[in-house]
Ligand binder design. Sequence first.
Ligand code: BTN
Length: 253
Amino acid sequence: MKLNQPDLQAALLCGEAVIFDEIDSTNEYLLREYKHLAAGSVCAAEHQTAGRGRRGRSWYSGKNQNLCFSLLWRYSADEVRQVSALSLVVALVLAESFTELGISDIQIKWPNDVYYQGKKLGGILIESRFENNDYYLVIGIGLNLSMDQVDLNVVNQPYADLSAYHLERNQLLQRIVPQLQKNLKIYPLVGFENYVERWQSYDLFYGKPVKLLAGDTEIHGISQGINDKGELLLEQTGKINAYAIGEMSLRAQ
Ligand code: BTN
């Protein structure tokens, strides 16, 4: 079934629902339009012609089969200082939504990749603009629901999909988006301490040897979860060191 605007609009706690058959990128759309849309607005598309991922990569979205959407939120400069682990909170909301639907074997790879049975199921790309002392965040989410016509020129890592579960995309979107809106609202008030334990219960690499790639540098250690800032804890020669969220990528060693 195609994405349905009235049903998504009815599910939102705030903002507008905008749905396209085809667009360059739902993130790019909200970055163009943020001045004209209320916080909480969502843009979803059946197909992205220029979907983008983290670290300058492209993001494959297929046609009418996966979920690609972006959510606009606004934080004051004070609030933005309280939400440095936002992408971990977003990943947790996604993971918990899948768990509630009865899907087991969901994990999160620090900081924010959602995994199913050890392979990537979805990703999050957060981009921002600063205007009149407010930060406008665009939270882009791509979820693989059915990957039967994959463009292998774009997808260059092992991936998972949820085709075995026959999820209805509209229902999934209507479940996830209000949860995201609720948590975007409360996170700066309650702090990341309220999410740490729940996040850790999905940690893909807890207790395993990993390497952290930051540019040309490789950092090795045993993953010990995260601290209450969402930083990755690595045990290295008997000491625990914390690594901040940045343009880093975590791999099994
Ligand atoms: C990643 O590299 O893991 C992040 C992928 C994020 C993809 C989503 S799809 C919807 C939104 N629009 C984009 O262009 N990218 C994000």
